[in-house]
Design a binder for this molecule. Sequence first.
Ligand SMILES: [Zn+2]
Length: 57
Amino acid sequence: MKSGYIICTRCKGNGFLRVPYKAAREEVTVKCDLCDSQGEIPEGLEEEATEETESIQ
Ligand SMILES: [Zn+2]
């Protein structure tokens, strides 16, 4: 991992997010838009750990 970077707080370093089955009706993974699928993000960009619900922007 590059210095100044941390594990992506949204995807936990996977680079992808799993869409809840009940929302997608099937197992779906989507690219993590926080880290752009890199699995790591610049320090300071991390998100607060909030509720699990995804906010659609
Ligand atoms: Zn990510």
